[in-house]
Write a protein that binds this ligand. Structure first.
Ligand code: AMP
Length: 329
């Protein structure tokens, strides 16, 4: 069976951008692919320096995948930091990767442009992401549009390792992006992102969800005037939760006038809430039992290691090291 792999950082709240950009599509792949989905908590460290928050947010991501329907009887959910071999692998990749190449990464350029802290982790992010991917030999990596370049960089790094140590040593995965989902905008119109503080959380209470949606800024066209739905933040979200008929209906009622943006936001809340309400209930239930989540993560770690360790061993031998555990005979 072919394999799909993706990760979500344990940083801040999991939001609608994560859900629409990656999680929903990744879950749709469960029938056709063996899924390796992980909590990217090593990546979180570049910005998240609060140990308690890091621990909690890791559990949030685990409960999110489960609540939305990841079948851990058939698929694997693991925490990146439970398999530290991945950091060893990223070192091997860093030794065939030029500084100039890494300077082109969006993550680095964005952090620099925004004047954010640019620690070495931010700069080396594509290396660790490449190790995350290449160590488990996926066929497909479902990600949001913002991550496309990083998956392409992983392919380039695999190519460099293969060119240096032997063709076929590492498998090159394909990036998978749902083209109907562009980058999801946040409440301020910029990309919905944990670092912009502009997110609509995936799982909060119904009341909090309504409040967030009602806080979307709209123009001040009076209620009786015609309004154009297309091109608004409201439309960008509504289109992903409503049926085509619901979308057309709202568009037409707004265009004839007599319907205010407040009503439209209420309808947006209703379609989102309808989509998420059952999963939300499961999420809060699952999230309480961290011992059960830990047990699942342990199984995930063991299974992920079964696949990842032989790949790393192969690389160790190819570059001139011994396999793990090292024997001195
Ligand atoms: P992160 O929260 O950065 O770990 O992202 C996890 C996944 O969600 C990645 O595959 C991203 O591409 C995707 N993602 C994050 N934010 C957005 C967004 N605003 N729109 C679409 N996809 C997103």
């Amino acid at each position: 069976m072919k394999r799909s792999l993706t990760g979500i950082r344990a940083t801040g709240e999991v939001h609608l951008g994560n859900y629409l950009g990656t999680i929903r599509e990744a879950l749709n792949l469960q029938q056709e692919y063996e899924c390796f989905y992980f909590i990217a908590d090593l990546h979180s460290l570049t910005t998240n320096k609060d140990p308690e928050a890091l621990r909690n947010q890791s559990y949030d991501v685990v409960a999110t995948w489960l609540a939305l329907g990841l079948d851990t009887g058939k698929h694997i959910l693991y925490r990146q930091s439970d398999i530290p071999l991945v950091t060893e692998f990223s070192w091997y990749l860093s030794c065939v990767t030029g500084m100039g190449f890494l300077q082109k990464a969006h993550s680095y350029k964005d952090a620099t442009a925004k004047g954010q802290e640019v620690n070495h982790g931010v700069f080396a992010y594509p290396l660790l992401m490449a190790a995350d991917i290449l160590m488990y030999e996926p066929d497909l990596v479902p990600v949001g549009k913002d991550q496309k370049q990083h998956v392409e960089m992983a392919r380039d790094m695999a190519g460099s390792i293969n060119a240096t140590y032997g063709e076929g040593l590492l498998k090159l995965p394909e990036v998978h992006i749902n083209e109907t989902v562009m980058t999801i905008p946040g409440l301020d119109g910029r990309k919905m992102s944990k670092s912009y503080n502009n997110v609509i959380p995936l799982f909060c209470t119904e009341k909090q969800l309504r409040k967030k949606i009602m806080s979307i800024t709209t123009d001040s066209t009076p209620l009786e005037e015609p309004k154009v739905l297309k091109g608004t933040l409201l439309a960008d979200l509504f289109v992903h939760f409503a049926t085509q008929d619901q979308y057309k209906d709202l568009e037409s009622r707004l265009s004839t006038g007599g319907l205010g943006w407040g009503h439209a936001k209420q309808e947006l809340f209703e379609v989102i809430n309808e989509d998420l309400k059952d999963a939300r209930e499961r999420y809060f239930e699952l999230r309480k039992d961290t011992a059960a989540l830990d047990a699942l993560l342990k199984t995930g770690r063991d299974k992920a290691l079964e696949v990842g360790q032989p790949v790393l061993d192969r690389v160790r031998e190819a570059i001139g090291f011994k396999k793990l555990p090292v024997s001195f005979s």
